[in-house]
Design a protein around this ligand. Structure first.
Ligand code: NAP
Length: 335
């Protein structure tokens, strides 16, 4: 398994052996077959996500595998079942809470960069039949976050227009899920080549935010001056002001990411004078995950995997994420 050891930093990652986990009552041991990377994992390893996180820590919130052993009283799953971990083990339904979030994998709890992990039987979700372990490992954080912003908090309906910033993990799930639900999707990216790939995935309109710095105006033009119904705000401080100008009266800006920083300066009139809803999004609960999986199964939707790395190459995989060359998800093959 991989550990962030005595200090933070990509160079502080090391492979170690720990005792084989044994399932207690209500627990399962999962033989992990694949894990995936999120921007949060990079921040965690670098110490920027939670500088007070006790170490050592096994990183990565997302992983999929087979149930290898079950503890007493477990009826939800059995040995051999293909499962994926729920991001916050004890967040089954309802709103987030401090107690529920304390059970998040990959910090504060040990994560999925390990051959075998101990999880709550209630904290795993069945893998859609048509997905491989690599594909299923992409779902817990990025896809559930996109689903929460679009469906649980966004009430997306056919014909709605969604603006998605960038072409990373959350962004491409938002594109795929919004299209599957009948939405029109506008995607921004710093790369024309990535925008072409986004079109192939169903993006109806695209805009390059490097060559068109006033991308909010371009989005307004694409929507007959109205603005979009829902912005999946992944950029953070550097993009929020433009996102607020790109949303329609009464629309929603789903605050998800901080790729360009956390401290934003805002003209509040752009929010209240236009009746805009600023909705914070925090991943999602198990009920959302299972609802999303029903849609993914029905439409045989497949996550977009940019690249798969060998287990020993976790530091290189994180460097690849940091380099922003990726399109979709970065996966670690575990066994
Ligand atoms: N609130 C939550 O629960 C939650 C859950 C998941 C993720 N997040 C956050 O959401 C963000 C995205 O996460 P991820 O894992 O999907 O990241 P990721 O896969 O690393 O996506 C990064 C991509 O975003 C685009 N990008 C980078 N800087 C940008 C900017 N200033 N403006 C617009 N786009 C930019 C780039 O796409 P192009 O190359 O196409 O330009 C980049 O490749 C992160 O901030 C993460 O912490 C939050």
């Amino acid at each position: 398994m991989w550990e962030i050891q005595e200090r933070f930093g990509l160079d502080a990652l090391a492979t170690v052996d720990r005792a084989e986990p044994e399932p207690g009552p209500g627990q399962v041991v999962v033989r992990v077959r694949a894990a995936s990377l999120n921007y949060r994992d990079l921040l965690t390893v670098e110490g920027a996500y939670n500088p007070r996180q006790p170490l050592p820590l096994i990183p990565l919130s997302d992983g999929a595998g087979e149930v290898a052993a079950v503890g007493s009283g477990v009826t939800r799953v059995k040995e051999g079942d293909r499962v994926v971990g729920n991001f916050a083990q004890k967040w089954i339904s309802g709103t987030p809470s401090r107690e529920r979030l304390r059970t998040s994998l990959g910090g504060p709890l040990d994560g999925m960069a390990a051959e075998r992990v101990l999880l709550d039987a209630e904290g795993v979700v069945a893998i859609p039949e048509h997905l491989s372990f690599e594909e299923a490992a992409c779902l817990p954080c990025a896809a559930v976050t996109a689903w929460n912003a679009l469906v649980a908090q966004g009430n997306l309906t056919a014909g709605d227009t969604v603006l998605v910033l960038g072409t990373g993990g959350v962004a491409l799930f938002a594109l795929q899920l919004a299209r599957l639900l009948g939405g029109r999707v506008i995607v921004t990216s710093s790369s024309d080549a990535k925008l072409e790939r986004a079109k192939a995935l169903g993006a109806t309109d695209v805009v390059n935010y490097d060559t068109t710095p006033s991308w909010d105006e371009a989005v307004k033009t694409m929507t007959n001056g109205q603005g979009v119904d829902n912005v999946l705000e992944l950029g953070g401080a550097g993009t929020l002001a433009r996102s607020l100008r790109a949303v329609r009266f009464g629309g929603q800006v789903s605050l998800i990411g901080n790729l360009s920083g956390l401290d934003a300066q805002l003209n509040l009139a752009h929010v209240f004078m236009r009746g805009v809803r600023l909705q914070g999004i925090l991943v999602g609960n198990r009920d959302m995950f299972e609802a999303m999986n029903r849609a993914i199964t029905l439409h045989r939707m497949r996550p977009v995997i940019d690249r798969t790395f060998a287990f020993d190459d976790l530091p290189a995989a994180l460097e690849h994420l940091k380099g922003r060359g990726h399109f979709g998800k970065i996966v670690l093959r575990v066994a």
